[in-house]
Design a protein around this ligand. Structure first.
Ligand code: NDP
Length: 623
């Protein structure tokens, strides 16, 4: 009877919806949320308005999937799992753990298997995860909301302490409690997820178009204007800073063209860029894996930014020893900025042209709108590489960031020379030391950049090329540049107070970033046992105590406090040295909104619950 009914439903649905590929009752392979893995599911319905299939996993979980996330069973073959568990939550935990630098042997093992990856990946079906939320009214199905049902209970958070003594089993238990796995049908668990089996496609299936639909930065018009507005802002700020009276109303005259361009300066800029590229290529420092790309592949990155900094310091020290006049940078500052801007424009054009030939799966999720200007600005290709040379990763931390410190040093020397001082001013020392600490910290913790939006989401285009090569070195050094022409004497107690402020900001920034990074690498780390988190269906938890329970972006708070400490040594005569903190607050508020949007998509209700538990975004009781 049931079979007959199912056949009728099948016949009916096929009759009514000719475009539908899978029939009710059909057993097919459904993609697991957030992964490239497929599990056996049964089709239980189809919505011909949204064109989504309701499928039932063997544990009873029902989700709505797009047709492109469903494959017929015949396109799969079994293979023995190399993992001890095929639970999605377990997999993501071990994935994070294997990224820990403290586990080299495991890392090596993974690397060797990694070498087989591209081949395997070709075989894997490459799909976007497109899970749609089921409407609550569909009471015969469990709602997938990015969060497991059990978190609907009173206590939504777990302590890492609970997992301390028996990490594997207990993590399994804790995550299982909140995962989409069955809790009742323990016996069935093995067969349900075929613990020892992972399904893998043997056919390559066409990837659906992954066009960027939600445009950011004001869309096409906004990005078009930003391409002109950003360079104009840099030059305006530098011209203002050069004036004796750098007040906002004192608009600087347009400079003579020869003061903007000097081939020798451009040559020096190129020399600097390629010197950093050479340091990047040195086979020193460990090689780590980035986060999985949309096709499941992981890129390798060499972590040697700190070594590059040491080598640069040695080169600069040698130049100074041989009486090279570093304040040349100050004298030709505008020409250096123009050289960097032209270079970044050329680089962006090259990046866009080469991205036109890049395979769809290598395009940036945020920069593939099909609009030339928008994609040119936001970056069309996610990880453009020449061989193993990763252009975006290199530019993010090397030429601009290390260049910023060198510019600051040049300003310090220029101040001493111009004002005939045997020692730099206290203000200049503070600005130089605070910003040096910031850069060294970024290079020391270089690996952390691999999980940032810049690397995982944004493509490499004008925005990042200009940001990394022009904005960071020439705008972030504005305070030091300002102090050369507008010296300020500050007292020791004031200097001490500003240093304490910078220390507080740095402490919050570093502790918050380290806490999250450690938790992401190894949620069962005994050192984090005191922390509570909200589990999510992706297997990752959201910390709700510690720094991440204080505000939702404690690291931004620390960064902003530091930004204030960098401006204060410049006194209160002009607003210009405060440009950085004003811009930075806007940047981080906008960045926070972007991240919030992505997290809502990733974690669904779990994220909303986190927002309820931690209501303030950056500033406690304010915002
Ligand atoms: P964050 O380091 O703030 O990371 C955001 C991500 O952290 C989220 O996408 C989410 O990713 C994860 N996350 C969010 N909440 C939680 C939680 N409660 N528990 C665990 N994980 C959570 O992102 P940014 O890349 O924006 O910033 C990195 C650093 O760089 C910051 O310190 C920032 O101040 C600094 N920065 C500096 C700039 C400058 O010009 N000086 C510019 C931009 C940033 P998931 O869950 O996927 O892990």
């Amino acid at each position: 009877m049931l079979t007959m009914q199912m056949r009728m439903v099948h016949r009916d649905s096929v009759w009514k919806m000719p475009s539908r590929r899978f029939a009710d009752g059909e057993v097919v392979m459904g993609r697991w949320p957030g992964s490239v893995l497929y599990y056996e599911v049964k089709v239980t319905g189809y919505n011909d308005v949204s064109h989504l299939y309701t499928v039932k996993y063997k544990d009873g979980t029902e989700l709505e999937l797009k047709e492109s996330d469903i494959k017929s069973r015949s396109s799969f073959k079994h293979r023995k799992s190399q993992s001890s568990s095929s639970s999605p939550s377990r997999r993501s935990t071990s994935r994070s753990r294997s990224r820990s630098p403290g586990r080299p042997a495991r890392g090596r093992r993974r690397s060797s298997s990694q070498s087989r990856e591209p081949k395997d990946d070709k075989k894997k079906t490459i799909q976007e995860t497109n899970l749609a939320l089921l409407k609550p009214s569909e009471n015969n199905t469990r709602r997938y909301n990015g969060e497991p049902e059990s978190t609907e209970r009173n206590d939504t958070s777990c302590s890492v302490l609970e997992q301390k003594l028996k990490p594997d089993l207990e993590i399994e238990r804790v995550l299982e409690q909140y995962s989409l796995r069955p809790r009742k049908e323990e016996k069935k668990k093995e067969e349900i997820y075929s613990e020892k089996k992972i399904f893998e496609t043997v056919k390559t299936v066409e990837k659906p178009s992954s066009k960027t639909k939600e445009l950011e930065f004001g869309g096409r018009i906004g990005t078009f204007m930003l391409i002109f507005f950003l360079p104009a802002t840099v030059f305006y700020l530098l011209l203002m800073c050069k004036q004796d009276d750098p007040s906002l109303l004192n608009i600087p005259p347009f400079p003579a063209l020869e003061s903007l361009w000097e081939p020798r300066v451009f040559g020096l800029f190129l020399l600097w860029f390629f010197l950093q590229a050479m340091f990047y290529l040195l086979p020193i420092g460990k090689v780590v894996e980035g986060l999985p790309l949309s096709n499941g592949r992981k890129l390798h990155y060499r972590i040697n930014g700190f070594y590059a900094f040491i080598l640069t310091a040695a080169v600069i020290g040698t130049l100074l020893y041989f009486r090279f006049e570093l304040h040349y940078v100050y004298q030709h500052f505008m020409q250096f900025a123009v050289s960097a801007a032209l270079f970044s424009l050329g680089l962006s054009i090259y990046l866009y042209i080469r991205s036109l030939k890049a395979p769809e799966e290598e395009l940036a999720p945020g920069g593939n709108s099909g609009y030339i200007v928008y994609d040119f600005f936001t970056g069309h290709e996610l990880n453009p590489r020449i061989g193993s040379f990763d252009l975006k990763y290199f530019c993010e931390l090397r030429p601009g960031l290390i260049g910023w410190v060198v510019i600051n040093l040049a300003m310090l020397l220029a101040e001493m020379k111009i004002h005939n001082q045997s020692m730099p001013s206290l203000s200049m020392i503070l600005v130089n030391s605070f910003q040096l600490l910031y850069v060294v910290d970024a290079l020391w913790n270089e690996e952390a950049i691999l999980t940032t939006m810049d690397i995982t989401h944004d493509g490499f285009g004008f925005m990042l090329a200009f940001g990394d090569l022009v904005w960071v070195p020439f705008v972030y050094s504005l305070q030091a540049f300002y102090l050369v022409g507008h010296p300020i004497a500050i007292s020791w107690p004031v200097a001490a107070a500003i240093t304490v402020l910078n220390g507080i900001g740095y402490y919050i920034f570093r502790r918050a970033n380290s806490q999250k990074n450690s938790f992401r690498r190894n949620p069962a780390d005994p050192k984090l046992a005191y922390l509570k988190f909200i589990p999510t269906a992706t297997g990752k938890g959201l910390l709700v105590t510690g720094w991440w329970g204080f505000v939702r972006h404690p690291n931004y708070l620390g960064d902003i406090i530091m930004a204030l400490a960098w401006s204060l040594p410049c006194g209160f005569n002009h607003i210009l040295p405060y440009f950085y903190i004003m811009y930075f607050i806007c940047l981080l508020v906008h960045r926070e909104a972007r991240d919030e949007h992505h997290c809502k998509q990733k974690y669904g209700l779990a994220w909303e619950r986190y927002c309820q538990r931690v209501p303030y975004r950056i500033f406690p009781y304010i915002y």
